[in-house]
Design a protein around this ligand. Structure first.
Ligand SMILES: Nc1ncnc2c1ncn2[C@@H]1O[C@H](COP(=O)(O)OP(=O)(O)OP(=O)(O)O)[C@@H](O)[C@H]1O
Length: 285
């Protein structure tokens, strides 16, 4: 679906944002893209959807260079940027004029998502609140039914019930044919939604892993005594939160926030452990 090899990109040549970045994304997965502010999440997504162009290396989507923006590729991908723009027309009018760009557009699904999000179909879009505009565009993006769906910080501006709805709706829209990428710096918004996690740090993707496999290999725990054997440890009020090798092999819950903190603080023991462990997606770290 997405194949990036040795990508170099920077807004200025003196300050590269990505160097030798590699990434493979497959159908049938919901990926969560995590990275600190300014790590380049939005920029990476723009390279994927053909709105920014590699200075070296390749970025292919659906087997074609993304930067070529071929009509057949654009009809099968949807990118929802963080800041949504809506014109001064009703939702129904907007759909009547734009759904035609997406051959697999599902009108029934759109009505279902809009009613779940409680967005009125007859409303003039630019008169809606920011959160309602965002929910309308999320519903439209999902209903476009494209093979690749890229959502940049979709939960920004959503209230708590809408975030819950968002997770439910996106999960229901995933099929074996679709690949969904969701970026966020609010790691908790992705809990129980994504099945794979991507971490962008230090100019490259340092982790691309299936959450199920991570759960089999890592154990996330809170301990009261220091654990010298932990791969990563973070002090808490009652002791420490730790990441340990999962020696029992019984999969538990992956603490995305702790994992993210560990990776961006470049915990060497965890890095080494993950490097030795074969993940299904691609060699990471
Ligand atoms: N159009 C642009 N021109 C020049 N620099 C840019 C442009 N867009 C982004 N940048 C810079 O590139 C870097 C990465 O920005 P980007 O928006 O991709 O990061 P991000 O990980 O999405 O950040 P955040 O989590 O804060 O949204 C930042 O330092 C930003 O200032």
């Amino acid at each position: 679906m997405v194949r990036i090899r040795n990508l170099h990109f920077g807004y200025s040549r003196k300050r590269p944002l990505f160097q030798n970045l590699n990434l493979t994304l497959e159908r049938g997965h919901i990926y969560g893209l995590l990275g600190k502010n300014g790590a380049g999440k939005s920029t990476l997504l723009k390279n994927i959807v053909g709105l920014a162009f590699p200075q070296a290396g390749t970025c292919e989507v659906l087997g074609q260079p993304a930067g070529k923006r071929l009509p057949a590729v654009l009809a099968d991908l949807f990118f929802l940027p963080e800041e949504v723009y809506v014109p001064a027309v009703t939702a129904a009018n907007f759909v009547a004029h734009t759904a035609g760009f997406y051959p697999k557009f599902d009108h029934q699904a759109l009505n279902h998502y809009l009613s779940e999000f409680e967005v009125p179909n007859e409303a003039v879009l630019n008169k809606l609140s920011f959160g309602q505009q965002k929910k309308f565009m999320i519903a439209f993006a999902l209903a476009a039914n494209t093979s690749l769906l890229v959502l940049d910080e979709p939960t920004n501006g959503l209230d708590i019930p809408s975030k819950v709805q968002f997770r439910k709706i996106v999960a229901s829209a995933l099929t074996e044919e679709r690949c969904v990428v969701v970026s966020t710096h609010q790691v908790r918004d992705l809990d129980s939604l994504i099945d794979s996690v991507l971490v962008l740090h230090g100019q490259r993707v340092v982790l691309n892993a299936d959450l199920g496999e991570l759960a089999e290999r890592l154990r996330f725990a809170s301990v009261s005594e220091p654990d010298e054997t932990a791969l990563y440890s973070e002090s808490s009020l009652l002791g420490s939160h730790v990441i340990q090798p999962n020696r029992g092999g019984v999969p538990g819950r992956v603490d995305l926030e702790l994992l993210f903190n560990a990776l961006v603080s470049e915990a060497p023991a965890l890095t080494e452990y993950l490097t030795q462990t074969q993940f299904s997606h691609e060699p990471v770290l």
